[in-house]
Ligand binder design. Structure first.
Ligand code: AMP
Length: 497
């Protein structure tokens, strides 16, 4: 159970640093004081506590306080504005919204219910006020009780709240601790947003269960991260692929920091070229893993290696995966592309107030296993013994009856000189249904005809993009994922995102 793991680390590591310069005792006693204040404001078991803030200590205190109260923490993307925020708040109906000063006006505007808005700076000062009696209760949340609701990165107005229980969080934290050999002597540089499972669960929560230390950054800044990585005490860094691109750019002609024990990448595909370039400059082979809000993490390259560029490795301890024919649970033979199904104690309990969507998210196999349908296409490479993610089901381009998996084309384009990143989407075409179009992120003057010619050497002709557009920056969300609906909409303005 999650609180048992957190309290175990607290007992073992009472005086050790937990987050920045706060010890385990400071952090948990502070969270209990915040829990007391929230309890005085009427927050009870099952109530929602929204957290809408950059990575601040107040975020961590509010989250831990909600867990102590048996309330449900609801992290909100700090980039959410009017529509997204109003949707998430009216769906979650929190009792309290803890937010940073910079976004208080947005929270107040979108607060259609009667939630109390509190500033995370006040949360921080409650945590440090020794006169506040720390909250204590003999009633502990049960493993199936919901601990967290995280809104999926859907398009405006459609984001669904994925419910993760105390049992799910304990499982996810334990899985990454075991898979990545996490120890109490580890220090994690954490610049991923805490409003997402990557930063909140794999980063903060797992570190607090392992007894390690987190060095928290308000947001990612490549120069600052480079400096901190070179400080000598950091042993781990978790990032999304764009952070690794920025670290490489920031390093330029400088000396790299000493190799860390572990670099992890996830949330989007890590191009094989980037994996190689980073290994060459930083002397470290990034461990790529695959996950999603609904199950934390499912696959990852082996800690002991080999870390196969372009692959997401093997199932994490306790997780089962299957590559199945679309719409079913029948396993496909190795090498075939199908939907990735996931099962295990890490898999979420369903979507908040969305019974139909929750039912559709699962399929039951012959052996009564309930599989979560990831919506991702995967392939098992029997020769290397690893899985590969080929793309989202919805993103497959069907051109003249042939399937084009964007990832394959993107990998081929990204291997060409001068290309920083590439995203391939389908454009409606009267003759072929759709045709592949490549958006190439570059700061160089590249020639579309030479790129097409180079691609014809390595790809079947129907996979070669029929149109190439150069952009300085691909549109990306806060997790560095390319916003493909925006790219598709830019090709076909009549299409609804
Ligand atoms: P989110 O719920 O925002 O974490 O998004 C989860 C989605 O990110 C997955 O369903 C995948 O489509 C994508 N994703 C996460 N990790 C990877 C990875 N290593 N390679 C490719 N796609 C990934």
């Amino acid at each position: 159970m999650l609180l048992d793991l957190l309290d175990g680390a607290l007992a073992d590591r009472a005086g050790a640093l937990a987050v920045d310069d706060l010890t385990y005792t400071d952090l948990h006693a502070g969270a209990r004081r915040v829990a007391r204040r929230l309890h005085e404001r009427g927050v009870r078991t099952g109530d929602r506590v929204a957290i809408y803030s950059e990575n601040r200590l107040g975020f961590a205190f509010a989250y831990l306080a909600a867990l102590r109260l048996g309330a449900i923490a609801v992290p909100m993307n700090v980039l959410y504005r009017a529509n997204d925020l109003a949707h998430a708040l009216s769906d979650a109906r929190p009792a309290v919204i803890a937010c940073s000063a910079s976004v208080v006006p947005f929270a107040e505007q979108a607060n259609s219910g009667n939630a109390t808005v509190v500033d995370v700076a006040d949360v921080e000062s409650w945590a440090r006020t020794s006169e506040i009696r720390p909250y204590d209760s003999t009633e502990r949340p049960q493993p199936d009780d919901v601990a967290l609701i995280v809104y999926t990165s859907g398009t405006t107005g459609t984001a669904k709240g994925a419910m993760l229980s105390h049992g799910n969080l304990a499982a996810i934290a334990s899985q990454v601790i075991a898979a990545w050999r996490w120890q109490a002597c580890d220090t994690l540089l954490l610049a991923l947003p805490l409003f997402h499972v990557h930063g909140l669960i794999a980063g903060l929560t797992a570190s607090l269960c392992a007894g390690g230390r987190v060095v928290l950054r308000e947001r990612f800044d490549a120069r600052d991260a480079l400096e901190r990585l070179g400080g000598g005490d950091v042993t781990m860094f978790f990032g999304v692929p764009t952070m690794y691109v920025r670290l490489l750019e920031a390093l330029a002609g400088r000396r790299p920091p000493p190799p860390l024990r572990l670099y992890v990448s996830g949330s989007a595909a890590l191009p094989a070229e980037l994996h190689r370039a980073f290994a060459q400059r930083f002397g470290a082979s990034i461990l790529e893993r695959y996950g999603a809000t609904e199950f934390g993490f499912a696959l990852g390259n082996r800690y002991a290696g080999p870390r196969v560029p372009g692959s997401v490795g093997v199932p994490l301890p306790g997780v089962r995966v299957r590559v199945a024919a679309p719409h079913g649970a029948q396993p496909l033979p190795a090498g075939e592309i199908g939907e990735l199904l996931v099962s295990g104690p890490n898999v979420f309990c369903g979507y908040w107030r969305r019974a139909a969507a929750s039912r559709e998210a699962f399929v039951t196999g012959d052996d009564a296993t309930r599989w979560y349908r990831s919506g991702d296409l995967a392939q098992y490479d029997a020769e290397r013994g690893v899985y590969r993610i080929v793309g989202r089901i919805k993103e497959v381009i069907i051109t003249g009856g042939f399937n084009v998996y964007p990832r394959e084309v993107e990998d081929a384009v990204e291997a060409l000189p001068g290309v920083r990143a590439c995203a391939v989407v389908g454009k409606p075409d009267p003759a072929r249904g759709e045709m592949p179009v490549a958006f190439i992120e570059t700061s160089e003057a590249l020639d579309a005809d030479s790129i097409a010619a180079a691609l014809r050497e390595c790809l079947a002709s129907f996979k070669v993009p029929k149109e190439i557009r150069f952009v300085e920056n691909l549109p990306r969300n806060a997790m560095g994922k390319v916003d493909k609906p925006a790219l598709r909409a830019s090709l076909d303005p009549t299409r609804i995102r």
